[in-house]
Design a protein around this ligand. Structure first.
Ligand SMILES: Nc1ncnc2c1ncn2[C@@H]1O[C@H](COP(=O)(O)OP(=O)(O)OP(=O)(O)O)[C@@H](O)[C@H]1O
Ligand SMILES: [Mg+2]
Length: 422
């Protein structure tokens, strides 16, 4: 069983916000962005008696359907965001796309922005994140800032010379998600290899990049992907859930198993330590997800950090049904500087499988079969229109037998999606 940590780190400036906007002394938490993460904060907010407000992209956004106080506004518009913040005790996020300068201005105006812009930029910009990880001496794939195709091929040649595959992954530093903004190239050493399409895409990205350029990194031949999920409060308390294993298909998370099966205890402790170190060093407030690669070489297994997210994360959805404290409740506790909840799992295994949009727009018709067949499946739907490949919901099965949990959760997700009919 992976290590679970709950610790108090003394802080020089504990800062419980004094609520002024809620009713009966309860605070109002404002969430910028109305996606499924904001939506799933609502049940936790209801239980805690905390009022949630959402700055939504549209009146029918996933979270706007369940949070009555959801004004519509653009997260890049300083007037919309500061007007929204004026009615909240604490501001937090459903995504990391709010521009840094806008948040800095809010902080200067006295708004409690959690996580703050100094921490958040490490989740907004993959080059900033790679630089900081390298400064902190934390392990990540070999990387390079690149501006031209020559930079890319030179980097590939260096990787080959160092004994690697020479394969390069090119990433846009900002704005990517679900594999968008990630391009795996098979660039042969010193030559402009790769498929013609990829080379063309890479050159288009390079031409469109701003002065910072793009992130090129070594394509890692990983054993599997791990996710470390921690939460940290402004007072410096931190809690870590067990390390989970996540599986991505075409850059999109497909399923998560917690705790990661057969994970060496020392490696789990090391991965958790990296998550807690990052949360502390970057001054994260709220949930931090650290996506990692598990790699083996020369008889040694270690982890490399892939990327960071500073909000509840897909790799932590299992905690809603499988842990004492869900990531959504923990995020609210952390941004309100309340003592954190127990992150321990309540079952031996939890398996979460995403429901990705398929060919059938009507998901509800599957409920009769799924629920009758297996009353133990927990179904979560996001109120989103079905589009192929889009995350529209997830299911979780917890229990004592991993294979049983896996097959039941996969069956339910496939059935809801419409790819199987029995
Ligand atoms: N250096 C690498 N080597 C091998 N595979 C990689 C590498 N970088 C990314 N990948 C694969 O692509 C997936 C998506 O990459 P990454 O997490 O950087 O992009 P993203 O689109 O920002 O993802 P997210 O939706 O998590 O924000 C990873 O989960 C992994 O499967
Ligand atoms: Mg990722």
């Amino acid at each position: 069983m992976a290590t679970v940590t709950l610790r108090i780190v003394p802080s020089p400036t504990p800062s419980p916000p004094v609520p002024v906007h809620g009713v009966n002394g309860f605070p109002v938490v404002g969430v910028v962005g109305g996606g499924q993460l904001a939506r799933m904060m609502q049940p936790a907010a209801i239980e805690l008696g905390v009022r949630l407000r959402v700055l939504a992209e549209s009146p029918d956004a996933s979270a706007a359907q369940v949070v009555p106080d959801s004004p519509v506004g653009d997260h890049r518009d300083p007037v919309a965001v500061s007007g929204f913040a004026a009615g909240c005790d604490v501001l937090t996020f459903d995504h990391e796309h709010v521009p840094g300068p806008l948040l800095e201005k809010l902080v200067a105006d006295g708004v409690a922005v959690r996580p703050g812009p100094d921490a958040l930029r490490h989740a907004q910009d993959k080059l900033v994140m790679r630089r900081r990880l390298t400064e902190l001496g934390l392990p990540c794939p070999r990387w390079r800032e690149v501006h031209t195709w020559d930079d890319v091929t030179a980097f590939a040649a260096e990787l080959s010379a160092a004994g690697g595959s020479g394969q390069v992954v090119l990433k846009t530093p900002r704005g990517g998600y679900d594999g968008k903004g990630v391009l795996v190239l098979s660039v042969a050493a010193g030559a402009a290899g790769g498929s013609a399409d990829d080379v063309e895409t890479a050159q288009r990205w390079l031409a469109a990049a701003d002065a910072d350029g793009l992130l090129a990194e070594e394509r890692v031949a990983f054993d599997r992907e791990l996710a470390v999920l921690v939460a940290r409060s402004p007072s410096g308390q931190a809690a870590a859930w067990p390390v989970a294993e996540s599986t991505q298909v075409d850059g999109v998370c497909r399923e998560v198993v917690a705790p990661a099966p057969n994970l060496d205890e020392e490696l789990a402790a090391r991965a958790t330590e990296i998550g807690l170190t990052l949360a502390g060093e970057l001054g994260v407030v709220g949930v931090l997800a650290v996506e990692m690669f598990q790699v083996s070489a020369h008889g040694e297994t270690r982890v490399l950090v892939n990327e960071l997210a500073m909000r509840p994360h897909n790799s932590g959805h299992w905690t809603m049904d499988g842990a004492v404290t869900s990531q959504f409740e923990q995020h609210l506790r952390a941004v309100l500087d309340l003592p954190l909840g127990d992150p321990r799992p309540c079952a031996t295994w939890s398996v979460m499988v995403n429901v990705l949009g398929g060919d059938h727009p009507d998901l509800y018709r599957s409920y009769l079969h799924v629920m009758a067949r297996d009353p133990g499946v927990k179904v979560h739907m996001y109120g989103k229109d079905v589009r192929p490949g889009r995350k529209v919901g997830h299911v979780t099965v917890s229990g004592g037998d991993l294979d049983d949990c896996l097959s039941r959760a996969r069956h339910a997700a496939d059935f809801i999606r419409g790819v199987i009919d029995e």
